[in-house]
Each structure stands twice: as structure tokens, then as C-alpha cells.
Design a protein around this ligand. Structure first.
Ligand code: B3K
Ligand code: ZN
Length: 852
């Protein structure tokens, strides 16, 4: 497959002014007619993209074109010798009913229960009709939808301008929608379905009355109010924090059960995976519900960062995604403790993005080439992209950052722009911000190491820091990046902060001197994770234990526990710590914190996942050994506090459901304590689990208990699994949980996975279901990295390669780190992946296998 390069970018030769799209849905196909008004911008032919389309006719300025006027090749249709202004009428036929790739217009559901939705980002619009399907072509869309009346819901972007019956076809109806905003084709959406709607309204700071609608199947309409509230909160938040108000009269969200990712920000008509919009206490865990709110906010925030200002080309994806993730993280931080929000975001970054950056699929936040852009919706583009914006925001401070973002919106509204444009707007108060461009260009996680010397005579503390980034194959030698290191000095006697400074490390090695330091302090570095780097500082364990006690910010305390844990578990990587200091520090901290801030207390017991630990092991990774060590430390924590679990558990009694940060914290900690108690074999803990399940007030309690029973293989676990299934059989999202708790169980085997796949409720056409089994299973490296486990996993990829390559390639990315395995696993993995490569055809999967 051929590569596309950023350096080859060229402006389109024609612009599209208006599009009239007419989609008629029939029993086994859809007829799509489009009329494009195009105007020449530069020299060159008209280039349209199209895939899986049956071309019926093309008419240019009233003249039917024949094959001598155009050429069709590799998904491109090139029209020669076009005049400067053209009207193109194009007729195609498509087959949404058989579209399993879930891109373009596709059917979700089966039997009598079907609906039709679109997914056009990044290049799905070309599966609906021939079009200059690239983000720098913006146009005004009018959409006419026509279908059988058994689909009463006909939606498209913008405002409804007309609806009615179809002459001569009494069983059919139509609707016409007009979107007043200029938009790229990837933001087009339409829905043909039979849905209920939850309605609300919102008045913007500019006085616009907006109709808000959440569409879902009638059985789910009672689970839409959390999302609706989140939407209103997000609208207000963006007005207050960025001065951005909504710009249309209508905002629609549609829930669909078959969707390749979380949600999509189409202009005025978001389409959501049901898992990312539906929420109710009985069916949705707190963690899920919290992420529903974050994703609703994320898609809403795209209206300005993505839709009004969009990307010039797909290499600039981080321009909209990194900034929008930063915005949704800030929004979420305002809804709960900001320390816990930062902990969760950093934990995700370290577990997934650091792993990606350490492996063969490492790429810059702004890639320079790709085969298939779908493969680049990665944690590097999203989460590392957000970290760069965060570093810039922290460097500027709130006032100058706001000046910068105001300038960005002022300058580029209505345009398709680049990362350079973004940085140039943000640097109006400080031109050093432009230096952050290297963070977008250079792959690999920088490692910051350092040490300190104290001069008691001069009363100075000198901190020496240096940075190093691994050289990723195919890229220039790495250069030093601007790394903001938030630093505080703590007095050893009083525990008070004696100095606080943001150090900017922008050379390979630098020294920073603090004056008037009366005695040697303990240094706290990278507070609030001020940069996405690995930190190796010359700490004594006692310093870290000191910081766990005295750090003032919850995030920093968590970070200290993670450093301690890593030093204990990564001995093979030259780390050196014994668990005693960590265990003692935890034992002292936890009981106090549990009463104070339950959510934070729950996080302090985090031990990085096996995958995260693996990402810090560049070679000879032995999954069995890592798991043994990890489980061993977990056991030690459980045993160390064995006498306290009962008190802790009882001090967190179950209460009637409430959706407050405090209540969520109590539920989270209770589940952690339950698991610890079972690990330590505390007497009666198995009964607590059953009681908690039986008397649960919400899914967090019920599922927490079920998970503990399954993971500890309690005798009653199977009965409870059966009960859970019966109770929630009608709810797909809960049945996903039922699948995933078994597929991710500690004692899972490939045989169990095969039996889950054989279950009547398993469905290859529903990505949520596939992920609930296959995705969940991949969290058990000791089983995944066996001949049998890997065979099963690669068979799944083979099976999905043709049907849904986006999903196949995404699942495959988990295997990227095969090359760090210790022998004989490495050889075994290599053979299976080589075999896989011979049996797949999609460019998505082939690109993900390039390093094999
Ligand atoms: N922009 C979409 C992602 C589209 C992914 C296409 N494979 C959702 C989001 O980031 O908000
Ligand atoms: Zn996004």
C-alpha cells in the first residue's frame, strides 16, 4: 500500500460552494444523487474520491460525461479539462445494508430492528458519493432524505426546512435539512431510523435559544438525562472558560449500538455509541457514567475546536483532537477533584501512550506519513497531543493562554488550518511558545534524569537535570525539547514548602540553583505531571515516603506512590527499592485519607497494570514474571493492612444512590477495599461481596461485587454470573460487562474465550461486543502471549480484516510490543504475526503489521 506524505500537501484545484445531496433509501440499496457547485482555485483537474460506489452517471454543466472525459483509478475519479465553474450532477448506488465496515452510510441492528446512520470521519463520505473528500474543502450542504415510513426519524445536519409525503408512494416520506455553516464532508451526518427523543432547551450567552435533542431507542430513552445535563453543562462551561457559544438553533445527539469508536462530532448532529451516551444508576458504573459526561463534552467542544476551525489535512488531526481532549479534561476536572482527574488522565497516558511511544508503532503527535489515516486515531495524537496544549497553557498562565485562544478563534474561524497556525496564535504574548513545535514532530517519550547537591556554606541547592529521547527508526536524531518541570522544595523538619518554581529544561543538560535554602530540602519534581516524560531522579526511598506524607497536592502524592511501586517492581531494569518503605507509608496514610477523600484514597492503592509495567521494559519482557511480581506486591499490600480492611469496609456503608463526587469516592474505595480483603483472606469477606451484590443500590456496587467474586474465584461466582445475566439480559451494554468480566478474569483461558465467542449473544457485527470479549482478554498478557492465546487473537484479526478493518487494526495494535518479549515467546509471536500478514488484505491491518 502506498504512503501519503505531509510534505506533498497541495491545495485543492477546485472549491465546492454548495452541495445538494439526495439520499433515497430502499429495501436493499440506496440511491444517492448529488449536485455540486464547484469553482476553480488553482490549475489542475477536478479530483473526486469514491469507494464502494456504483457509478450511474456524471453530468457536468448539463453534459453527460463519458469515460473519455474522466479516469477512475484507485478510488479516485479525475475529470479532465473542466471549465472554471462547474455544476456536477452525480448519481450513484450504494449498499448500506451490507456495509459491515461501519463507515459511510450503514445499517445498524438486524431483523425488524434496524436503523441507518453515517460515519464520515476521516474518509467515509467517499463511500456515500464521489466528492473532494478532504478536510480543506468546505461547503454548504442541503440534504434530502427519503425512506419508508417505518423509519419516522429522518435527520441531517442543520435546520429542518421541509418534510412530507412522497408523491406516488404513500408508504414513503422525506425531509430536507439545510446546514448554514461551511463544513468539510467528514462532518456530514444523517440518520434514518425509528427513535424516541428526549428534548430540552438552552439559551446561549448570546441569547440564542437552542433546541436540544437526544435520540435513542424507546427502551433507552430513560437513560438519556445524564447526557442531556452534561451537554448543558458543557455549553455553559465553554462560554465561561473560552468565550465560545453555540452557533445553530438545534443540537442533536443520536445513540447507535453499532459504532466503531466512542462518538462523532458531526455539525449539529453528533452520533454516539450507546455506551458513550446512555447512563442510569442501575445499569451504568460510575466510571462509565463519568466518561459519558466527558465524551458528551468532548464532542460538544469540537464545535469550535474541530468544526468551526478544522484541519487543513489529516496530518493535523492533533490540532482538533489534542486541544479538544485538553478542553474535556479541564471540564471534567471542574466536575470532580482536579487531583483525581489528573491522576486518571496521567494513568491512562502512562499505561497506553508511553507504551505506544516505546514500541514499533511510535509516531509523532503530528505524523509525517501514513498509509491509512484511521490507524492514527491514537493515544499519541489524542492524549500526548493534549499534554502539549497543557504544557503551553501552564507556561503562559491562564490570562495569556486565554488571550492566545481568543486570538486563535478570531483569526481562523471558518478555516482549515495547521499546528503552526495554532502555535502562532498562542504565541502572541510569548514567542517561545513556537518552540513547542518540536513536541509535535518528535516521537518517543523523553526521559528526564537528575540529581541535587546542597552547599550548606553557601545555602544553595543545585538541581541538575538532563533529558534524553530514544532515537526512533526512520526519524531524525532527537533534539532537546522544552520541558516544564514544576518543582517545590520541602523543608525536612517542618514538611513545609520553602520554594516553588517552574524550571524550563530546554537543553540536554542544565543546572538550576536555588538560593537561601537553609537546610537540605526534599525536592518534589514534575508536580501535576507538568510534562509527559519519564522521571528518574536520584531519590532515597525515605524522600518519597516523606513526600507521600507532606506533598500538598493529591496528584503529587499519588505520583510518589507510583514511583515507589515502579522502583520495587522494575528491579530487573536497575530499580532498587524494597517494599517496606512503601508499605509502611501506605499503612500510615490510607486510614486518614479514607475518611477525608475516599476517591483519592482508592487511587493511592493503584499498582500499575501489567501492560504499563511492560512498557518500561525495553527487552526480554517476561509476562509471567511481571505478573508474579505485580500480584506479589498487591498481596503484600493486602496483608500489610489485613487488620484494617474490615474497619475500612464497614466505615463505608452502602447508602441510597447519589451522583456526587463524595458518593462516587465512597463506592470506588469500597470496591477496592473489598478486593483487598478478599486478597488477604479476611474472614467474612466473601459474605461482604454477596451482600454488596444482593443489596446494591447501583451498578458500581453490583458490578464491583461481581468482579471481585469472579476474580477471586469464589464458590458462588458462577451463580452470581447467572443471576447477573438474567437480570440484565435485555440490556446490551450490561451484557457487555457480563462478557468482559469473564474475558478479563485472572484465570481466563483461550477455551473460556472460545466459549464466550460461541455464546448466542456474541455478535461479530457489534464492535462493543467484540471489544467486551477480545479487548478485555488482551488485558491478560500471560494468556495472550502464549501460542494458543495468540493464535486465537490473530484468528480474530483475520476474521475482521475484511468485514471491519478499522476495528481489526485497532485490536491488532495491542500486539505491537511483541518484539520486546523474552524468548521463546518472541519467536513464537513473530511466526504467528508473519502468518497473519499472509492472510490479510486491508491496508489498515497491513500498515499495523509493517514492523513485523
Ligand atoms: N473525531 C471522532 C473520531 C473519529 C474516528 C474515526 N476513525 C471522535 C472524536 O475524537 O471526538
Ligand atoms: Zn475528538
Amino acid at each position: 500500500p502506498s504512503k501519503i506524505n505531509l510534505k506533498d500537501y497541495q491545495k485543492p484545484s477546485f472549491d465546492v460552494e454548495t452541495v445538494h445531496l439526495d439520499i433515497k433509501l430502499f429495501e436493499d440499496y440506496a440511491q444517492v444523487n448529488s449536485t455540486l457547485k464547484m469553482v476553480r482555485q488553482t490549475t489542475g483537474d477536478i479530483v473526486l474520491f469514491g469507494e464502494s460506489l456504483e457509478l450511474l452517471s456524471i453530468i457536468m454543466n448539463d453534459k453527460a460525461l463519458t469515460s473519455e472525459h474522466y479516469q477512475q483509478e484507485d478510488g479516485k475519479l479525475t475529470i479532465y479539462e473542466a471549465p472554471d465553474e462547474v455544476i456536477l450532477d452525480i448519481q450513484v448506488r450504494i449498499s448500506p445494508q451490507t456495509n459491515t465496515a461501519l463507515e459511510g452510510l450503514y445499517m445498524a441492528g438486524s431483523g425488524d430492528d434496524t436503523m441507518f446512520v453515517t460515519q464520515c470521519e476521516p474518509e467515509g463520505f467517499r463511500k456515500i458519493t464521489f466528492y473532494p473528500d478532504r478536510p480543506d474543502v468546505l461547503a454548504i450542504f442541503t440534504t434530502r432524505l427519503e425512506a419508508d415510513k417505518r423509519y419516522p426519524t429522518l435527520l441531517a445536519n442543520g435546520n429542518l426546512v421541509e418534510a412530507g409525503e412522497v408523491a406516488d408512494a404513500p408508504e414513503r416520506h422525506y425531509a430536507i435539512w439545510q446546514d448554514p455553516t461551511n463544513k468539510p464532508s467528514y462532518l456530514f451526518a444523517c440518520v434514518i431510523a425509528d427513535l424516541d427523543v428526549l428534548t430540552d432547551s438552552y439559551t446561549t450567552s448570546e441569547g440564542r435559544d437552542v433546541l436540544l435533542e437526544v435520540y435513542a431507542k424507546s427502551a433507552d430513552i430513560d437513560k438519556c438525562d445524564v447526557g442531556m445535563q452534561a451537554l448543558k453543562d458543557a455549553m455553559r462551561w465553554d462560554e465561561v472558560n473560552y468565550g465560545r457559544a453555540y452557533d445553530l438553533d438545534r443540537y442533536m445527539i443520536v445513540a447507535v449500538s453499532q459504532f466503531n469508536m466512542g462518538a462523532m462530532e458531526n455539525k449539529g448532529l453528533n452520533i454516539f455509541n450507546t455506551a458513550c451516551v446512555l447512563s442510569s444508576p442501575e445499569t451504568t458504573t460510575d466510571a462509565r457514567s463519568f466518561s459519558v459526561k466527558a465524551i458528551i463534552a468532548h464532542e460538544y467542544f469540537h464545535n469550535w475546536t474541530g468544526n468551526r476551525i478544522t484541519c487543513r489535512d489529516w496530518f493535523q488531526l492533533c490540532l482538533k483532537e489534542g486541544f479538544t481532549v485538553y478542553r474535556d479534561q479541564s471540564f471534567s476536572a471542574d466536575q470532580q477533584s482536579s487531583a483525581v482527574q489528573r491522576i486518571d488522565d496521567v494513568a491512562t497516558l502512562r499505561a497506553h501512550q508511553f507504551a505506544e511511544d516505546a514500541g514499533p508503532l511510535a509516531h509523532p503527535v503530528r505524523p509525517e506519513s501514513f498509509v491509512e489515516i484511521n490507524n492514527f486515531y491514537t493515544t499519541t495524537v489524542y492524549e500526548k497531543g493534549a499534554e502539549i496544549v497543557r504544557m503551553i497553557a501552564n507556561t503562559l498562565g491562564p490570562d495569556d493562554f486565554r488571550k492566545g485562544t481568543d486570538e486563535y478563534f478570531r483569526r481562523y474561524d471558518g478555516q482549515a488550518v495547521t499546528v503552526e497556525d495554532f502555535l502562532s496564535a498562542l504565541s502572541i504574548t510569548d514567542d517561545k511558545i513556537e518552540d513547542f513545535i518540536d513536541w509535535y514532530r518528535q516521537p518517543g517519550t523523553p526521559v528526564v534524569s537528575g540529581s541535587q547537591t546542597y552547599d550548606s556554606a553557601a545555602q544553595t541547592l543545585t538541581i541538575t537535570l538532563n533529558q534524553q529521547t530514544r532515537h526512533v527508526k526512520g526519524f531524525d536524531a532527537p533534539k532537546p525539547l522544552p520541558i516544564p518541570v514544576a518543582t517545590a522544595l520541602f523543608d525536612k523538619d517542618s514538611g513545609a514548602i520553602v520554594a516553588e518554581r517552574m524550571l524550563l529544561l530546554d537543553e540536554a543538560t542544565q543546572t538550576f540553583v536555588f538560593e537561601n535554602v537553609a537546610s537540605e530540602p526534599v525536592v518534589s519534581l514534575l508536580r501535576d505531571f507538568s510534562a509527559p516524560v519519564q522521571l528518574n531522579y536520584d531519590y532515597q526511598d525515605a524522600d518519597l515516603a516523606f513526600l507521600l506524607k507532606h506533598e500538598t497536592n493529591g496528584f503529587n502524592r499519588w505520583q510518589v506512590t507510583q514511583m515507589l511501586v515502579n522502583r520495587i517492581l522494575l528491579q530487573s531494569q536497575g530499580a532498587k527499592s524494597s517494599p517496606e518503605v512503601y508499605l509502611e507509608a501506605l499503612a500510615q496514610t490510607l486510614p486518614v485519607l479514607a475518611a477525608d477523600d475516599a476517591m483519592l484514597a482508592a487511587r493511592l492503592l493503584d499498582i500499575p497494570s501489567a501492560q504499563e509495567l511492560a512498557s518500561a521494559i525495553p527487552q526480554d519482557y517476561d509476562p509471567v514474571l511481571v505478573k508474579e511480581q505485580r500480584d506479589g506486591l498487591y498481596q503484600q499490600v493486602a496483608d500489610k493492612l489485613k487488620d484494617q480492611w474490615a474497619t475500612l469496609y464497614n466505615d463505608l456503608p452502602m447508602q441510597s444512590y447519589e451522583d456526587s463526587a463524595q458518593a462516587r469516592g465512597i463506592r470506588a474505595l469500597r470496591n477496592v477495599v473489598l478486593d483487598m480483603a478478599l486478597t488477604a483472606n479476611v474472614e467474612g469477606a466473601a459474605d461482604w461481596a454477596q451482600q454488596q451484590y444482593d443489596h446494591a443500590s447501583c451498578m458500581t456496587e453490583r458490578f464491583g461485587a461481581l468482579k471481585a467474586m469472579v476474580n477471586h474465584q469464589l464458590p458462588k461466582a458462577n451463580d452470581y454470573l447467572t443471576d447477573f445475566y438474567k437480570r440484565f439480559q435485555a440490556n446490551d451494554l450490561v451484557i457487555d460487562l457480563w462478557f468482559s468480566v469473564q474475558a478479563a478474569a485472572d484465570d481466563v483461558t483461550p477455551v473460556v474465550i472460545k466459549s464466550l465467542i460461541a455464546h448466542t449473544d456474541f455478535d461479530w457485527n457489534t464492535p462493543n461486543r467484540v471489544r467486551s470479549v477480545i479487548g478485555a482478554f488482551s488485558s491478560q498478557p500471560t494468556v495472550l502471549w502464549t501460542a494458543e492465546g495468540l493464535k486465537m487473537y490473530t484468528d480474530v484479526i483475520k476474521k475482521l480484516d475484511d468485514a471491519n478493518p478499522v476495528l481489526a487494526s485497532r485490536l491488532l495494535q495491542v500486539l505491537a510490543r511483541w518484539n520486546t518479549l523474552a524468548e521463546p515467546r518472541r519467536q513464537m509471536a513473530h511466526e504467528q504475526l508473519t502468518d497473519l500478514r499472509k492472510n490479510v488484505a486491508s491496508k489498515h491491518v497491513l500498515e499495523s503489521l509493517e514492523s513485523v
